[in-house]
Design a protein around this ligand. Sequence first.
Ligand code: GAR
Length: 203
Amino acid sequence: MAQTTPIAVLISGRGSNFVALAEAIGRGEIPARIVLVVSNEPDAAGLAKARRMGLATAAVPHRDFAGRREHETAVLAALDEAGAEWVCLAGYMRLLSERFVHRYERRMLNIHPSLLPAFPGLDVQRRTLEHGVKVSGCTVHLVDAGLDSGPIVVQRSVPVLDSDDADALAARILEQEHRAYPEALRRLLTQDWRLDGRRVVFT
Ligand code: GAR
């Protein structure tokens, strides 16, 4: 078998982006294997999906720990034990400390449902509609210590329609997320690339 990169996926909820990654890996499109799916929410639907897929899972509830540092120490220990070399954040609704980010520098990705740097943070679709932008989309980016601020790997755009509410817009964007995330991971793992300032340049 060709060499595959061990990756962990961190989720907090539904896990549809995790499933999109797992399916793309299953189709042989990404030379990776998922060695662990971690959730800070023990009841996350995505964890149950991962179990059904026969993947290793870990629930690490942040509420069980005294603080962010202790929680992250437990997550990092689980990642180390699983041998994860890359981390994909997929709807993981926790801010990560610099220590965590540093450990996976240039080897950790996140997906966000807007065309960054527009609309970082939470409640994205409501703010997108309120602002009145006509084009939105999703962004896969390398994670740095800021909020949704790391170097951009892949973006896909969608129109914002006059008839949209937040749910309709979120659904249109999610369809593109499921393409963008596998594409970003595939490109980073299979192509030569470098960082030129903030720019991810494929060579
Ligand atoms: C996705 O829309 C993802 O972009 C967003 O949460 C959703 C998770 O869905 N992430 C963020 O807003 C992070 N800032 P999923 O659990 O079905 O993948």
